[in-house]
Ligand binder design. Structure first.
Ligand code: LLP
Length: 393
């Protein structure tokens, strides 16, 4: 919650809507805290939207809602519109499909378009989303042309421009450059008659996973203020990692320690299916030994998955006699939300500390959970089409 407050105070004098990027960590209890702090949500799929619906039913009120992301199906578009989400279109053909869906619902939909500014971002290549040849958004020239053709979509009002340069942006100048282009484009579109109301700068605020210096959130606020001041445009942003990244850790028990040539390998019961970031991006997370004794020695920490990439950390210092539990730090963003059941592994429980209490906010999955929805072939008899239960042979 401190992260939310820090961001809110950095943006306090701006007309700002902070929409939490649910993809970072969609646990309902986390989303509940965000809503209680007055945040809205950025959803990128029908599944994330379903989470918002669930929470809204529980709270008895709606939260501001934005739907972003490429390849929205027509059904997802319709569900977004019915939920009152502001949709951000990624292409002209998506605008056409939003027009059809809004027409069918008999509504006029306020929409934004995602601009692809063709900028490099000095983050991991997998996290850069503003490259001209990438799949995201529309080139500046194409967005410019929209002003002339907008009347083709009578059920749509263009109210905003969106740009998500990338995630884990350790340099503000990249966001600064994107925002400069966005503000100039907004001025052109307004001059051409579009009644734009907001600019959405996406997410991207980083956290430090150890040594990397991170930009001060107040400098982020100042940068936004410098661009938006006097434009009359509201600010939307969609932080994920900044809000939850350092608020979560992954606990894992050491199963054994072995020597592989010159490397000492600590094998534990959490793996890449629980925290994919090190295997997928080479991300470095700090690891703390919660018990153990003796001198600190370098070790690689690996999991039980049958893949050579199944490391949680390389070359970290751990006690010589490493004890039972390790904590992988800064796993609150894109940890559980990217976890899978690979290698027949139930996903772990999620526990939240709140008001001095530890609350289980997601049950540990059971082995039977892994079989949910599966069916055996009819040749084995009709009863075999039921989901197999836990009756072990
Ligand atoms: N808005 C949009 C449209 C996005 O695509 C994203 C993240 C965000 C906001 C939130 O970005 P953030 O503030 O968290 O940087 N799995 C990767 C991160 C992928 C981010 C995808 N999009 C990781 O583990 O680092």
């Amino acid at each position: 919650m401190d992260n939310v407050v820090r961001l809110q105070s950095a943006l306090h004098d701006l007309d700002a809507s902070i929409n939490y990027a649910v993809k970072a960590n969609g646990n309902l209890a986390i989303m509940q805290v965000m809503a209680q702090c007055g945040l809205g949500f950025d959803v990128g799929s029908a599944g994330e939207l379903h989470r918002v619906h669930c929470l809204q039913r529980h709270m008895g009120r709606r939260a501001p809602l934005v739907m972003t992301g490429p390849a929205k199906t027509t059904a997802t578009i319709a569900a977004g519109l019915e939920s009152g989400a502001q949709l951000v279109a990624e292409s002209v053909s998506e605008l056409q499909r939003i027009q059809q869906a809004a027409g069918a619902l008999g509504i006029t939909a306020a929409v934004g378009v995602r601009v692809n500014p063709d900028l490099e971002a000095s983050t991991h290549p997998h996290l850069a989303t503003a490259a001209g040849e990438g799949k995201f958004g529309m080139p500046l020239a194409e967005v410019r042309r929209l002003a002339a053709t907008w009347s083709t979509w009578p059920a749509l009002r263009l109210v905003g421009l969106h740009c998500h340069v990338g995630s884990a942006l350790y340099r503000l100048d990249e966001l600064d450059a994107a925002l400069g282009l966005l503000v100039a484009l907004a001025a052109e579109l307004r001059a051409a008659g579009c009644a734009l109301q907001w600019l959405d700068v996406g997410g991207g605020l980083p956290i430090s996973y150890g040594e990397e210096p991170v930009p001060d959130v107040r400098a982020y606020g100042d940068m936004l203020r410098a661009h938006l001041g006097g434009t009359g445009l509201a600010l939307h942003c969609q932080p994920g990692r900044y809000l939850v990244g350092d608020a979560g850790l992954l606990l894992s028990a050491v199963v054994e320690v072995k020597q592989a040539g010159r490397r000492r390998i600590v094998l534990c019961d959490a793996g890449m299916n629980d925290l994919l970031r090190p295997a997928l991006y080479g991300a470095r997370h700090r690891i703390a030994a919660l018990s153990g004794s003796g001198e600190l020695r370098s070790a690689d920490v690996a999991g039980p998955v049958c893949e050579s990439a199944d490391f949680l950390a390389r070359d970290v210092l751990l006690p010589e006699n490493v004890g039972d539990l390790l904590a992988v730090l800064d796993a609150g963003a894109y940890g559980m939300s990217m976890a899978s059941n690979y290698n027949g592994r139930p996903r772990p429980a999620e526990v939240m500390t709140w008001d001095g209490q530890a609350i289980v906010v997601r049950q540990r999955e059971t082995l039977d959970d892994l079989l949910r929805g599966e069916a055996l072939l009819p040749a084995n008899g009709p009863e075999s089409q039921d989901v197999p239960g836990s009756a072990a042979p």
